[in-house]
Design a binder for this molecule. Sequence first.
Ligand SMILES: Cc1ncc(COP(=O)(O)O)c(C=O)c1O
Length: 451
Amino acid sequence: MKELLAETADRAARYVTGIGNRRVAPLPKDVARLEALGGPLPQLPSDPAEILALLDDIGSPATVSTTGGRYFGFVIGGSLPAALAANWLAGAWDQNASMYVMSPVTVKIEEIVIAWMLDLLSLPPGSGAGFVTGTTMANLSAVAAARTALLKRAGWDVEEDGLFGAPPIRVVVGEEVHISVLKALSMLGLGRSRLTRVPVDHQGRMRADALPQLDNHTLICIQAGNVNTGAFDPAREICARAHEAGAWVHVDGAFGLWAAVSPHYAPLLNGAGAADSWAIDCHKWLNVPYDSGVAVVREPEHLRTAMTLSAAYLPASEFREPWHYVPEASRRARGVELWAAMRSLGRSGLRDMVERNCRAAKMFAERLGEAGFAILNDVVLNQVLVSFGSPEETRRGITEIQSDGTCWCGGTQWQGHTAMRISVSCWATTEEDVERSVEAMRRIARAGKLP
Ligand SMILES: Cc1ncc(COP(=O)(O)O)c(C=O)c1O
């Protein structure tokens, strides 16, 4: 075992230290070689060292270098050194983080992380939290808590009696709502098409002046950090209006809530801390390994009521039992990496990481703007939208940038325009990475100009 783990550490270190010299997207021939991992299931056992070698030799070249400094697709963080190392140790522990009796260490760590996180993100002390796979599940968990609370106020016990015959919940979202919120709403029986959609402005921010009448059976889902522009909904105004009417405000703050760690960017949050629940991603801007998100609910009992489970064989407990706050029972110990990331960076390190990424986003916008390309959004955070000209020129530019391998960006449609998205979310991105990427983008986009 010791030799196997040492060999694993060697191979992983080679991968991690070589990431800056690799192509970002793998070559098609390396992806084709993945067939070698298949074939008929072996009849007999093999040496684990051989298995590891096969996985590394065939698998590693086919990975996308999302942990390197030049991956700007979607919103993807890398893995901080302490977080990756903690992930390995936690893998060796193989704790089931569902109950105190199974893993006191992970329950204690979750408690510590909740307190640190509420403090860092300026969320209400005493809020309840569940550690889930990412923002989609954080949205689901928090919206489930909202559903429980709103129906309870209407005299309905949704956990016992279900949704058939329940008083209706009205759901309000912005036109720019993230698809993961729609997925959460649909999974919870609140539907995708019975929603009231509020118009947005040119940055994708919900227009507070266009809010419909709110009441105490309304759930309003707002966002902190639009996936295209990085813009924030006007939370202060919306929360004030909603709370006056007794409505519940949920914030999809996947990456945007991390703006709170920087005094410079925190004002963007616009009072999002006044909401009732929040969904936060940790594999994005906290840069912990996949998969990791947190659902936070101001009044913990609503999350607990929505998620709790009990059975005769489960011990009574005086501790915060994690499985009362998440959809799963058995779970891996995700809190360990969050603890390591926060503990290793500290407040100032987290602030530096977020500010560095935002500076890099500004640098992209400046350099590409100077080169004559149109920047389609106000670059307020870490997201940049670029047009290389006509929709066809932009689409061609994106495809060629992806296959060139220097960096990787995806595409989008933004308010009628075809755009390339640049999301700077990785701790490892340096100014040099930005310069190299801009150089590749300019070269490719210029060469692809239509006559
Ligand atoms: C605003 C927003 N919400 C939700 C999500 C979904 O997050 P996850 O993929 O972690 O479920 C994303 C992902 O980019 C996002 O940007």
